[in-house]
Design a protein around this ligand. Sequence first.
Ligand code: IPE
Ligand code: IPE
Ligand code: MG
Length: 251
Amino acid sequence: MAEAITTDNSTEQTPQHVAIIMDGNGRWAQQRGKTRVVGHKNGVESVRAVVSTARKEGVKALTLFAFSSENWRRPEQEVSVLMDLFMLVLTREVRKLHKNGIRFQVIGDVSRFSEKLRKKINEAQTLTQDNTDMVLSVAANYGGRWDITNAATQVAAKVKSGELDLNQIDESVFDSYTSLGDLPDLDLLIRTGGDYRISNFLLWQAAYAEFYFTDILWPDFREDAFKTAINSFGNRERRFGQTGEQVQESR
Ligand code: IPE
Ligand code: IPE
Ligand code: MG
């Protein structure tokens, strides 16, 4: 991502919003006789690759699961390395994101992070806030149940203060209080690393997303693998409750 990316190859088949559960770092390292941390470090290159590819392909929003609200349960040393890595990547990469017109944001409960990290996050968000080519959301200390509960709390507060009327609340109003409420609906949810679960990621947002699971471990998931996932989305028929015939007719 050293140079500014100017191409936009998006077509009708391109998912507007893609999210990725970046899983398999630990196993990638263990297969090589290395410590789990080595896998996380090598995973950073895959993050670079997918951000750059998403931008080139004309994806409008890319959401990456970096650290779940449950990942605090890992050994303290691994958690600490992950935090350091997050800090390092933010320091190194934000300028490049900015140059490429990418708006950066963190979703999740950042209150548990160190003040230093929170400051870095704020700086990155402020620097890139007016960029419009793509939105990169990094989910950190994120949980889908937290997201829904957090939205419910905000809605309840508005009702209590009289700013919102109970009968104004519908799905779209509620959605606007969730983490990605200002972005297009999630089209494609990818999980690397061979497991078939959502691990408390975008529970609300995944309602009608297409799922793509691959055995490829995250550090091996690069441009070609990502393009394969995007192309597979182009072949799906999204019916949103209708019949296949209805969908064909409305084309
Ligand atoms: C995903 O890789 C990265 C994070 C959860 C931070 P893992 O560390 O979960 O790797 P595996 O699943 O143990 O191989
Ligand atoms: C999901 O991976 C979280 C991230 C990729 C950040 P995990 O490896 O934590 O998921 P589980 O625990 O196997 O479900
Ligand atoms: Mg894992």
